[in-house]
Design a binder for this molecule. Sequence first.
Ligand code: ADP
Ligand code: MG
Length: 461
Amino acid sequence: MDQQLQLVENDELVALEQAWKQSLGLLAPGINRPSFESFFKTAKPLSVEGKTIAIGAASELARIFLEKYSEMVKTALEASLGQPVDVIFSVIKPVEKKPGRPADVRATKAPARVVSSISLPLNEKYTFPNFVIGPCNRLAHAAAQSAAGNPGKVYNPFFLYGGPGLGKTHLLQAVGHSILELHPRLSVAYVSGEMFTSHYVAALREHKSEEFRKKYRSIDVWLFDDIQFLVGKERTKEEFFHTFNDLYQMNKQIVLSSDRSPRDLSPLEERLKSRFESGLVVDIAPPDLETRIAILQSKAESEQAEVPFQILECIAILIQTNIRALEGALVTVLAYTSLMKVPLTVETAQEILSRYVIEKKFTDLTPDAVQRAVAQVLQVDVDDLRSEKRQKDLVMARHTAMYLSRELTRCSLNVIGKAFGGRDHATILHACKRIKTLMEKDPEVNTTIEQLIHDLKTGKL
Ligand code: ADP
Ligand code: MG
């Protein structure tokens, strides 16, 4: 009987592991890629008890990060399992290393490629050989290769921009890999706007800004991903500016990425924009059909899956603008057909993809979630948003949250009013009007709010 119980438990765990894999496929499009690789991919489902699923994070930092996305994780697991669940997170205890047999010693020797201590890890798949070239990205690819071949000498800074999921992070990290290979002595730091901001805020809080500055001055290659994240963050922007100048003056290679051109980073100051424009600025456009098919072919190959051309074509026709979504669609189709044991045909692919609406699901927002996001981004206390306090910054944040609740949730004015400490509908309408006017007049407000809308819609917040 014990044995039987064990079997049932094992079956449950296997099912859970499969569901987790599928959930990762669903979650990937909504999460910043380096964070996804560092925190989600390293997490594991640990147990299921009744409705409650425990997910183990690889570190305390990873757990904090996963908690931030707990609603999304819950939704994805529910979609994969087809039933409601609760999710809790804990930290996986590291396995103690066995005392050194020679083989172990060799295995734990420093890897060939070492990034600087302030760098996020580089994804081993984001290399030049894995990058499919098409008319949309040819120039960006060529420039990135040149920059990697002659760091600090040819294109400095190199500014790469384009919509989400078009390969900016991939190219930035490919530069990193390539430099580490060609110039192993150079210290490479791949940093995202989000990570730089958290590093800097933590350094300020812990009175370690000097140490922070020193570390950033010691790198030779600065790969800075998602610079648009700094818009509206005055102190971090200032710090970025000084770091940038110092590294630039020392002829260190700087590569930046952004979801828009330097010109459109309007609230970033002129002095920064003109520095970006003094180097090489290149955009990546959405891929055409042939390139999309080629990317899917390469992805299927790397997954060692044999997928008929018609199916790749079908996916490439349906998903046009985002390569991350394109890959996610292929993974979902493959996962679904293997889990459900249905044949891989154009019809099934189409049917699965018509249900591939996970992003939409995440826009099912509540005023509560909007308040939390606004509080986080504008750095105010979420309880204060619901209070009567009238400091200027707070009122602005409160009005922003009211406006976004009106725009993005399906709640009535009364329900929104209740969520803000029992205010009436006229107050909400007044706030919406004020924010709309401000957005028209003030580009900085406009960008901050557009970014919030984008991040809320895609589940980043
Ligand atoms: P971005 O940073 O522009 O949002 P990413 O670099 O994260 O986009 O790319 C999203 C996904 O698409 C990644 O898995 C990346 O490897 C893949 N990808 C993007 N462009 C290409 C390409 N030209 N060839 C192969 N894969 C690509
Ligand atoms: Mg990116």
